[in-house]
Ligand binder design. Structure first.
Ligand SMILES: *Cc1c(COP(=O)(O)O)cnc(C)c1O
Length: 424
């Protein structure tokens, strides 16, 4: 087995690290120390397991999608049902883990960033459960688009703080959350929502999602007679649900690992969030990784029909394994994702999140090329209730009906600006 990653400096080979301003170094180091301490504590682990079972709804089922398997006429398709978790996606695994850690660290205040609102809702939920104050930073453009999630967070007792800078979306919310953290580190923990940011976040968020892979492997062994699938597939925004599944298979060379990025509406910069096709080495939000950027190094705007995949950088560990050829990265377009959304709804009675629909789109392409004995394991990261309106608008536009009334995705807004302040 290879040496554990990241190394002591938080690096995955050339990627990751702690590219933060001086003022953030102390809180980042304190967090790393505390995480290393508490993650081994029996009491902490027991409390997290208990809440994951009794409150969050673990283990989630593994489900053999027989009708879809039959229709595609190839590999057997198993879905890991993270969509059935409380709050509707895998994000609660991490949000709860970090909030519990914050409580152990004696923090009385939680802050988080959110794009579409999913991570904000998960964090506000965990904070309410544990009785901790919660502030969620959200771009004002995102707030306009996701009014319902803003209200949901408020119902949960969180304060939603609008961010007016830059493109008024996720990356600006992260900048603002980091600023808050520097100022209030005494009593505040910052709950970052994916395998991004400075060490220890990428490894900590990965570890909190490991339960996805350990459960799936055990369940597959029981249901299919072997815990190792031929292919494991997951969508990749920052990369947390994918790493949650993939990490248990990294050493099993026979398992092909496939991450699916948002191909958006085309290959031009600004039209997608496929970092592995268009991105270049850079530093964003404290980590060295692949970033979508223009010729001047300005962080590019991105586009995806699914808000959760709509981010210009990707988790550093993914880039490390992409370089090694251990994880293959492909893309699914907006249109392919929406088609996959319909397909899973019609064949299995499951509305997937549009993010997860990107993984299903890859299944639709790949399963027919595999034989009937082979097994494809798919992480269904979230449920699609939140996306019904987007799909409705998409379908209406496709029919040429009320196309003019469809609100364009704000990250596609040509007047949106990028600011170059995200670097180290
Ligand atoms: C946020 C989200 C994602 C993308 O985040 P990752 O860190 O890449 O997992 C994927 N699926 C769903 C349902 C989400 O809410």
């Amino acid at each position: 087995m290879a040496k554990p990653l990241p190394d002591t400096k938080g690096r995955f080979g050339r990627y990751g690290g702690r590219y933060v301003p001086e003022t953030l170094m102390a809180p980042v180091q304190e967090l790393a120390r505390s995480y290393d301490h508490f993650r081994k504590q029996r009491g902490f682990k027991a409390e997290l397991s208990r809440l994951l079972a009794e409150y969050v709804g673990r283990p989630t089922p593994l489900y053999l999608a027989e009708r879809l398997t039959k229709e595609l006429g190839g590999a057997q398709i198993y879905l890991k049902r993270e969509d059935l978790l409380h709050t509707g996606a895998h994000k609660i695994n991490n949000a709860l883990g970090q909030c519990l850690l914050a409580r152990e660290m004696g923090k009385t205040r939680i802050i988080a960033e959110t794009g579409a609102g999913q991570h904000g809702v998960a964090t506000a939920t965990a904070a309410a459960l544990l009785g901790i104050d919660c502030v969620v930073y959200m771009g004002t453009e995102d707030m306009r688009r996701q009014r319902l999630n803003v209200y949901r967070m408020e119902l949960l007792g969180a304060e939603v703080c609008g961010v007016d800078s830059g493109s008024q979306t996720l990356k600006d919310a992260i900048n603002e959350a980091m600023r808050d953290w520097v100022t209030n580190v005494e009593n505040t923990h910052y709950v970052l929502g994916s395998v991004l940011g400075p060490d220890p976040y990428p490894r900590m968020v990965r570890d909190f999602h490991r339960v996805i892979g350990t459960e799936a492997r055990r369940q597959l062994r029981k249901m299919a007679g072997r815990g190792e699938p031929d292919v494991a597939v997951a969508c990749v925004g920052g990369g947390s649900n994918a790493m949650g599944l993939f990490q248990v298979y990294l050493d099993s060379k026979k398992v092909d690992l496939v991450g699916v990025e948002a191909g958006g509406r085309g290959g031009d910069l600004g039209d997608h969030a496929a970092r592995f096709s268009g991105g270049e080495l850079g530093v964003l939000h404290g980590a060295r990784t692949i970033v979508l950027q223009d010729d001047h190094g300005q962080v590019s705007t991105t586009h995806s029909v699914s808000a959760g995949l709509d981010y210009p950088a990707v988790g550093p560990e993914h880039v490390y394994y992409a370089d090694k050829g251990r994880i293959e990265f492909v893309r699914a377009s907006d249109e392919e994702a929406v088609d996959a959304f319909h397909r899973l709804a019609a064949t299995e009675g499951i509305l997937p999140a549009l993010e997860s629909a990107h993984a299903i789109a890859e299944v639709i392409k790949r399963a027919p090329t595999m034989d009937e004995k082979s097994i494809m394991l798919v992480n269904l990261s979230g449920r699609g209730d939140k996306d019904v309106e987007s799909v409705l608008e998409w379908d209406a536009a496709a029919r040429g009906g009320v196309a003019a009334e469809v609100t364009p995705h704000p990250s596609a807004n040509p007047s949106a600006t990028t600011d170059g302040e995200d670097g180290a």
